[in-house]
Design a protein around this ligand. Structure first.
Ligand code: NAP
Ligand code: MG
Length: 405
């Protein structure tokens, strides 16, 4: 069989530990035998980040900007223990944080659903994609522990040094706490553009929620910016595609999400997104089945799995023990990136390959062949046999070959 051609390379960002092992298996078994795989390779493994003083992460992010689409393996974010383990000269920053900052992007997380594993919320039938605005608010707040009586004020001084705003926050008669939060129009705008773009890209409705009835300046600003950008830039395209933009209060959104069937994107402010993404992903079943894509406001894409490097499995692998790590989200990172590349370069064979690859994965799971993490989640009445990672990938390959033949 002739291999499927690519024109523009994908940016390939390799990573760490168990996911680095799986990365290799996926390429060897599921991609390279069928595609003339073209990638611009960046090794974001911790050893190479240390060797290049993290320059490789920046290079990879700029390559993503230049070429448009990347696929990333999970990477270690160093902490104190990792600094010792890898003999690091510095506690290098999270590669995901660095890439997100350079692309000014928003992360969209969506679960992969299969028939035999039903969400904890019984009426959910389609994925719910969460978009979290990962900038500002409580994560960049200034806090103060008030120890006794005194006055707390909110003061704004403009560039010329003129005080333009002063208001009492609270006249403390006893000890208490104080917090100052901010956000920037530019960041909210980028967030909004990424959300509308991804809704169009994935042809799903977009929900956005804040608490603007209580927060009449802060949250209201988010609501107004979204509305303005929607009306100006995306309304027409949404109507053409038959998708909707829907704004509602956060508490109303929560109630509607629980009662819904799923099948939409839910954009959340930073804190809401932090909490709700954990709630939604847990209710859907497994972190190992959660995909993630970073979308920039100017339409650049970075695909990855939502989970980490699965360290515990890696140490078992190093001892020569058999591991049953789930490669689904990492495979979907590849299929997502290849499909996007196919769309941008008008390569119908490559697009079809991405569809076949995902279908082969789902078929394998529907046949009851799965990794250990999933076996315990399967509904009564469905069959499930646990296999190791390599066997699982080989089973996918067998089904993929049939589809491609
Ligand atoms: P993790 O790698 O996501 O793993 C946590 C646990 O979840 C695992 O021990 C495993 O549970 C289960 N799990 C996750 N993915 C799985 C899969 N594909 N198949 C089967 N089970 C899976 O999180 P972590 O242990 O907190 O973090 C490990 C490293 O990953 C850290 O160095 C962290 O910095 C990094 N990390 C990177 C990213 C990223 O690059 N995007 C994201 C998060 C964390 P059992 O052990 O019970 O089987
Ligand atoms: Mg969280």
């Amino acid at each position: 069989m002739e291999k499927i051609k690519m024109t523009t390379p994908l940016v390939e960002m390799d990573g760490d530990e168990m996911t680095r092992i799986i990365w290799r298996m996926i390429k060897d078994e599921l991609l390279c035998p069928f595609i003339d795989l073209k990638t611009e390779y960046y090794d974001l493994g911790l050893v190479e980040r240390e060797r290049t003083k993290d320059k490789v992460t920046l290079d990879a992010a700029y390559a993503n900007q230049r070429l448009g689409v990347s696929v990333k393996c999970a990477t270690i974010t160093p902490n104190k223990q990792r600094v010792e383990e890898y003999n690091l000269t510095e506690m290098w920053k999270s590669p995901n944080g660095t890439i997100r900052a350079i692309l000014d992007g928003t992360v969209f997380r969506a679960p992969i659903l299969i028939d035999s594993i039903r969400p904890a919320v019984r009426n959910w039938k389609k994925p719910i994609t969460i978009a979290r605005h990962a900038y500002g608010d409580v994560y960049k707040a200034t806090e103060y522990r008030v120890e006794g009586e005194g006055k707390a004020e909110l003061v704004y001084t403009d560039k010329e040094g003129k005080e333009t705003f002063r208001k009492t926050v609270y006249d403390f008669e006893c000890p208490g706490v104080l917090q100052g939060q901010y956000n920037k129009d530019s960041s909210i705008r980028s967030f909004a553009h990424s959300c509308f773009k991804f809704a169009i890209e994935s042809k799903q409705d977009l929900w956005f929620s804040t608490k603007d009835t209580i927060s009449k300046q802060y949250d209201q600003t988010f609501k107004l910016i979204f509305k303005e950008i929607y009306d100006e830039c995306y309304k027409e395209e949404f109507e053409k595609l038959g998708i909707t933009y829907f704004y509602t209060l956060i508490d109303d959104a929560v109630a509607r999400v629980i009662r819904s069937e799923g099948g939409y994107i839910w954009a959340c402010k930073n804190y809401d997104g932090d909490v709700m993404s954990d709630m939604v992903s847990t209710a859907f079943g497994s972190l190992a089945m959660m995909t993630s894509v970073l979308v920039s406001p100017d339409g650049k894409f970075e695909y990855e799995a939502a989970h980490g490097t699965v360290t515990r499995h890696y140490y078992r692998y190093l001892k020569g023990e058999e591991t049953s790590t789930n490669p689904m989200a990492t495979i979907y990172a590849w299929s997502g990136a290849l499909r996007k590349r196919a769309e941008l370069d008008s390569l119908s064979d490559l697009a079809a390959f991405a569809d076949h690859l995902e279908a082969a994965c789902i078929e394998t799971l529907n046949d009851g062949i799965m990794t250990k993490d999933l076996v315990g989640l399967v509904e009564p009445g469905f069959k499930a046999t646990a296999v190791n990672t390599m066997e699982f990938i080989k089973q996918i390959r067998a089904r993929l070959e049939k589809k491609l033949a």
